[in-house]
Design a protein around this ligand. Structure first.
Ligand code: KIV
Length: 281
C-alpha cells in the first residue's frame, strides 16, 4: 500500500498465503482448525494459521450421516462467510463429493466458483494417485490445492466405515505412494487423516510439502481438528484423536435451561430489557 510519504507499508491485516503455509515444512507447526460460519471464524482467526471450511459441515451443522450429501453451493456459502469473518488466517475450502472426481475440467469449473465466489486462498480435495492428474491440471491454472490422503471420508462407502488406515503393509505403501503423488503433482500441503502413526511420520519425513495431521502423528508439520469436536459442540462421543479443550455444549444447555426457567417464572424480560415511556416533568 502506498502512503503519502511514498513509502510502501504492509497492510495491517495481511492474510497468511499458501506460500506462507508451504514454507513451514519442517519448521513451526501449522495450526489448522475447521470453521463454517463468520462468527466462529472471527473467534478463532488470530490463533490459527489455516481456517479449513471442511465438508464435515454436512455432519456437524446439517446432521447428515456422511459428507456425501454436501453440495458445492453449501461449500461456497459457508466459505464466503468464513472469509468475511476472518482477516488473518489462510482460508481453504473443501471441494464436495462429485464436484471434482470425474474430469479435471469439471474440477477447474468447481474451483473457479469456489475461489471467485468466496475469496478463499485454496481448495482441498480428497484422493492420492488417482487425483494427481487433476491436481496438476488445477495448479497449472492458478488453483492452489491442499490434498487429503489416508482416511478420506468421501470414500466411506468404499472403505465401509471410518477405521484407521494403513494397518497392512500394502495399504501403508499405497497411502505413502498417494502422498508422494499429490506432492509431485503440485499440491502445496497434504492432510493425512486417520492413519497408523509411524506411517504419517514416515510420509512427513519423505514428502517435500507440509503434512497436516488429524488422527495421524505429532511428527506432522501441522495439525487440524474439527472445531466443534475440540469445543464439545458436536457429539458426546470423543474420538481417540480428538482432545476436548472445552465443553461448550453443556454450557449451552445450562444457559438455555436458565433462560427457559426465567421466561416461565416471568423473571425475563426484566425492567432493564424493555422500553417504557419517560415520566413527564
Ligand atoms: O472436512 C473436514 O473437516 C476435513 C478435516 C477433518 C481434515 O477434511
Amino acid at each position: 500500500m502506498s502512503t503519502k510519504t511514498g513509502k510502501s507499508q504492509r497492510l495491517e491485516f495481511q492474510r497468511l498465503t499458501v506460500r506462507d503455509i508451504s514454507s513451514r515444512k519442517g519448521a513451526e507447526p501449522i495450526v489448522c482448525v475447521t470453521a463454517y460460519t463468520a462468527p466462529m471464524a472471527g473467534f478463532m482467526d488470530d490463533a490459527v494459521d489455516v481456517l479449513l471450511v471442511g465438508d464435515s459441515l454436512g455432519m456437524v451443522l446439517y446432521g447428515f450421516d456422511s459428507t456425501l450429501q454436501v453440495t458445492l453451493d453449501m461449500m461456497i456459502n459457508h466459505g464466503a462467510a468464513v472469509v468475511r469473518g476472518s482477516k488473518h488466517a489462510c482460508v481453504v475450502v473443501d471441494l464436495p463429493f462429485g464436484s471434482y472426481q470425474a474430469y479435471p475440467a469439471d474440477a477447474f469449473k468447481a474451483c473457479a466458483r469456489v475461489l471467485s465466489e468466496t475469496g478463499c486462498a485454496a481448495v482441498k480435495l480428497e484422493g492420492g494417485r488417482e487425483m494427481a492428474e487433476t491436481i496438476r491440471y488445477l495448479t497449472a491454472r492458478g488453483v492452489p490445492v491442499m490434498a487429503h490422503v489416508g482416511l478420506t471420508p468421501q470414500s466411506v462407502n468404499q472403505f465401509g466405515g471410518y477405521r484407521t488406515r494403513g494397518r497392512s503393509t500394502v495399504e501403508a505403501d499405497n497411502i505413502a505412494a498417494d502422498a508422494q503423488a499429490v506432492a509431485d503433482a503440485g499440491a502445496f500441503a497434504v492432510v493425512i487423516e486417520g492413519t497408523m502413526e509411524p506411517l504419517a511420520r514416515s510420509i512427513t519425513e519423505n514428502v517435500p510439502i507440509p503434512t497436516i495431521g488429524i488422527g495421524a502423528s505429532p511428527a506432522c508439520d501441522g495439525q487440524v481438528l474439527v472445531a466443534e469436536d475440540m469445543l464439545g459442540l458436536f457429539s458426546d462421543f470423543t474420538p481417540k484423536f480428538v482432545k476436548r479443550y472445552a465443553d461448550l455444549g453443556s454450557q449451552v444447555t445450562k444457559a438455555v435451561q436458565t433462560y427457559a426457567a426465567d421466561v416461565r417464572a416471568r423473571r425475563f424480560p426484566g425492567p432493564e430489557h424493555v422500553v417504557t415511556a419517560k415520566a413527564k416533568k
